[in-house]
Design a protein around this ligand. Structure first.
Ligand code: HT7
Ligand code: ZN
Length: 878
């Protein structure tokens, strides 16, 4: 199907002043009466194009009379009405089939309840409408349904009326006072129970907060309610943004393609980002719930009140809102804020950088697409967030806030573009941001090469930075970006040197933001009496690959001394990566690798540094993920990488066994469970220590972990114990997995974790291989290919298990093809995500690459191949 180009955008020729929807809900066939007040906006002779997909049209009326069939055409994708020259009321009567909707877009069934998902193009699966984000309309919605089956009836805005109808049915009428695009429409109906609270907003108004879940989950929503309140308060205090409706509702469902959705006043969430009790959610789950609840709530301003002109502008709401949720999480962490920054940068490097270097590379504002769902990417979201962060770094917190306020003031109730945002930032701060805007249009991760020169005679220190960005599909040549590089200079005592640039009369702090604007720029600091170690890109001030020839001694020094905690972590991470690269080289050449001395002593030093929080020590001592080790390699051999990583872990576990044991024991968290960052940090350090120990083959660690698995009063400890044992050679894993299944059955979130642990495990000698186990798990009764969470937990986890998926006999790839075939007829969005797991096929050893190439080509012949999957396959094979 057609490629959609950003530059082809056309302003709407009609306005839908308001829409009145009456739903008669039935799982097999739901009927909709849709009455729209339509106003032509131009004098020219445009047809009214109402998008519609998989709908049955029953009848069309104009101003109350049947519309002559000559006036309209119905296609599989639209209802086209001709001859509307003045304000007109169009009424459409149509039907759709919720139970048959396995795409989970539009209105569908989830455990017997009606749920909706309209972003990005789901509303056209409900009724005929100009389904574009710039069509802002006022919604009036009446829901009718069987009262016993569907006692709760929800939609956006305010509840106007409810009551009984004949035949055991009832109704509810909802009116949304705000103008909104149809992708923010929501409807929920079913057997749900609520936790509710009246919350006083900063403006003194009461707001009714409700969290709706299925009855068996009634006791699992306390944390989510607390997160909503924190998010409301934070948006008021940090940005001065207040909530605008009388109620804020959140509904949880097990059947959802994504994490959550910001429908106006009625957010719908995947249960995994709502339900939490100590025995079913890990520390990380508690943390992620806070960030996703925040994210969706913050969309109320950045997404809902100010929405998008077209889907190419997606990063305008997503990048910006991710930036806002990251800031929220950091502020909530207080002293441990850096942990969030480390987690975000780790995710960016391990998932966005590869995307930006692969066949799917696209700017944060893409120029074209065939299926917009393929562009809800790490680039649009996470790199997008970095672009907003860079602006904050360059303009300062106050300057950025001023710019955001101006953007919101100017665009409230409008559908905006990325230009609108940048213009507001530029004007509010009196800055020219033309060059900065290249971050929106150029793909690829810039590489910044830094060289330094210390002149002992002049006591000056010069930093020379140059940038280059590799070609990406469709963009062979790149212009220089504006890159803010936050810099500190660390003296031999480990102290920051006050920084004074040539021409300045006095030092201005110890961290300076240098703006690299040309292909190469240089800066000279004065009064630098001894050779410092540069601390570059502090707090990861730009989404770039930093190329500086640090020695291992310098990295070890920064890991111990840098005043910037992010760079302390980064130095250790670079040190580990360098060592792991060397070890992988040795393994690939058939040798026996050894752990590096410098690394081991830094490891010990950090492990025992009581001035550092346990959370920081734990995250700093985690080895880099396998795909990060693979990324810089000319050819990826997943077996060698896993071997190197396991060997290093085992070497550390053996060498520091008594230290690790002592530490693991002293970081027990007795008493009741609390997910606070201090306790979570202790658990994380303890479990890291046990993991090193068991990888080192320590039998006492196995005993300790079995005990922990049995006695843990929280899921973090229980799951950590299970994961470590499952990844070890110990036969104890079989019983532990059976125990876990018994305890967790009936709870889909826990069962998904159980599936992931097994799909992510390696194959130990004498055991059934991981792929065989994954196939068995697909038949175990706990897995349905129709449930996205199940597919992500089992299939995607397996596809990300590098050595097991990329096994040399190619059976992993055959499995991929089989699953893709099945998914194409169930849920093309989930299929597209699975399809993407082979997009880096060229990077692997030739035998593997050849096999991947073959299945990618075979996949192109899947009957009825959805256009979104085709887009991924074509780009991958590119
Ligand atoms: N804005 C939401 C995106 C979303 C979505 C997109 C495509 C298909 C299904 C979806 N569910 C939710 C989520 C967010 O970023 O806030
Ligand atoms: Zn979002």
């Amino acid at each position: 199907s057609a490629v959609i180009n950003r530059l082809d955008y056309q302003e709407p020729a009609f306005r839908v002043e308001n829409i009145n929807l009456v739903f008669n809900l039935d799982p097999v066939t739901t009927t909709v009466y849709n009455t729209m007040r339509i106003e032509p906006l131009t004098d020219s002779d445009h047809d009214l194009v109402l998008n519609g997909s998989e709908l049955e049209l029953a009848s069309v009326f104009e101003n109350g009379s049947p519309l002559s069939t000559e006036r309209y055409t119905v296609t599989p994708e639209a209802l086209i009405i001709r001859g509307i020259r003045q304000k007109t009321t169009i009424t459409i009567y149509n039907k759709f089939h919720p139970q048959a909707n396995t795409l989970l877009s539009g209105i569908y069934m989830s455990n017997g309840n009606f749920m909706s998902q309209c972003e990005s193009e789901g509303f056209r699966r409900i009724t005929y409408f100009p389904d574009h984000p710039d069509m802002l309309t006022r919604f009036h919605v009446e829901i009718r349904a069987d009262k016993e089956q569907y006692p709760i009836l929800l939609s956006n805005g305010n509840l106007i009326e409810q009551g009984d109808l004949d035949n055991g049915r009832h109704f509810a009428i909802w009116e949304d006072p705000s103008l909104k695009p149809c992708y923010l429409f929501a409807l929920v109906a079913g057997k749900l129970v609520k936790r509710e609270e009246v919350y006083k907003l900063a403006n003194g108004k009461d707001c009714l907060l409700q969290v709706w879940v299925e009855p068996q989950n009634a006791d699992k929503t306390e944390h989510t309610m607390e997160c909503i309140k924190r998010a409301i308060h934070w948006d008021e205090t940090r940005w001065g943004l207040e909530y605008d409706l009388d109620r804020f509702m959140l509904v949880a469902t097990d059947d959802f393609n994504f994490g959550a959705m910001e429908n106006k006043g009625l957010n719908i969430f995947n249960t995994r980002y709502v339900l939490a009790t100590p025995k079913m959610a890990t520390d990380l789950d508690y943390f992620n719930i806070e960030s996703v609840v925040g994210h969706e709530y913050f969309h109320n301003w950045t997404g809902d009140r100010v929405t998008l002109r077209d889907w190419f502008q997606l990063t305008l709401k997503e990048g910006l809102t991710v930036f806002r949720d990251q800031e929220f999480s950091r502020d909530m962490l207080g002293k441990s804020a850096v942990i969030k920054r480390i987690m975000d940068v780790r995710a960016l490097r391990s998932r966005q950088f590869p995307e930006d270097a692969g066949p799917m590379a696209h700017p944060i504002r893409p120029e074209s697409y065939r299926q917009i769902n393929n562009f809800y990417t790490m680039t649009v979201y996470e790199k997008g967030a970095e672009i907003y962060r860079m602006l904050q770094t360059m303009l300062g917190k106050e300057g950025f806030k001023k710019g955001l306020s101006l953007y919101i003031e100017r665009n409230d109730g409008r559908a905006a573009t990325c230009e609108d945002f940048i213009n507001a930032m530029a004007e509010a701060n009196g800055r020219d941001l033309k060059q900065f805007f290249l971050w929106y249009s150029q793909a690829g991760t810039p590489r910044v090469q830094v060289k330094t020169y210390w002149d002992p005679e002049a006591s000056t220190y010069t930093i020379v930075a140059s940038q280059s960005t590799p070609a990406t599909p469709g963009q062979p040549v790149k212009h220089p970006f504006v890159i803010p590089i936050a810099v500190g200079l660390v003296d031999s005592e480990g102290h920051d040197i006050p920084l004074q640039l040539e021409g300045e009369t006095a030092p201005l702090g110890t961290t300076r933001v240098l703006e690299l604007k040309d292909e190469e720029n240089e800066w000279t600091f004065v009064n630098v009496g001894s050779r410092p170690v540069p601390s570059l890109l502090r707090d990861f001030s730009a989404p770039v690959i930093l190329d500086y020839a640090y020695t291992r001694d310098e990295l070890a020094f920064l890991a111990r001394n840098d005043a910037d905690p992010f760079n302390r972590w980064d130095a250790m991470n670079r040190l580990m990566l360098g060592v792991l690269e060397d070890m992988t080289d040795v393994i690939e050449m058939g040798g026996k690798p050894e752990a590096d001395h410098n690394l081991l002593s830094s490891f010990e030093q950090i492990l025992t540094d009581e001035t550092l929080t346990p959370a920081f020590r734990a995250i700093t001592l985690q080895l880099p993920a396998e795909n990060l080790i693979g990324e810089p390699r000319a050819v990826i051999d997943p077996d060698a990488i896993r071997k190197a990583r396991t060997e290093l872990k085992a070497a550390i576990g053996r060498r520091y066994s008594s230290l690790l044991f002592k530490l693991a024991e002293s970081y027990e968290t007795p008493g009741d469970y609390s997910p606070d960052s201090e306790s979570a940090g202790r658990r994380s350090l303890k479990n890291l220590a046990y993991d090193y120990l068991i990888t080192g083959g320590n039998p006492k660690a196995l005993i300790a972990l079995r005990g922990q698995f049995e006695k843990a009063n929280n899921l973090t400890d229980k799951l950590a114990a299970l994961t470590s044992v499952v990844n070890s050679a110990s036969p104890a894993k079989t019983n532990m997995l059976v125990e876990a299944a018994k305890e967790w059955q009936g709870n889909p979130i826990l069962i998904n974790k159980w599936l992931t642990v097994q799909a992510s495990a390696g194959t130990q000698p004498g055991e059934a291989d991981t792929l065989t186990r994954v196939r068995q798990l697909m038949d175990c009764g706990a897995f349905s290919i129709k449930n996205p969470n199940n597919v992500y937990a089992l299939i995607l986890a397996f596809c990300n298990n590098e050595p097991e998926f990329h096994r040399k006999d190619g059976k992993g790839y055959e499995f991929w093809l089989q699953i893709l075939r099945e998914l194409c007829s169930v849920n093309e969005y989930v299929a597209a995500r699975v399809a993407r797991t082979l997009d880096h096929w060229k990077r692997y050893t030739p035998d593997r690459a050849q096999m991947m190439y073959r299945v990618l080509n075979e996949a192109k012949h899947i009957p009825g191949l959805p256009v979104g999957v085709q887009e991924i396959l074509d780009k991958s094979l590119g």
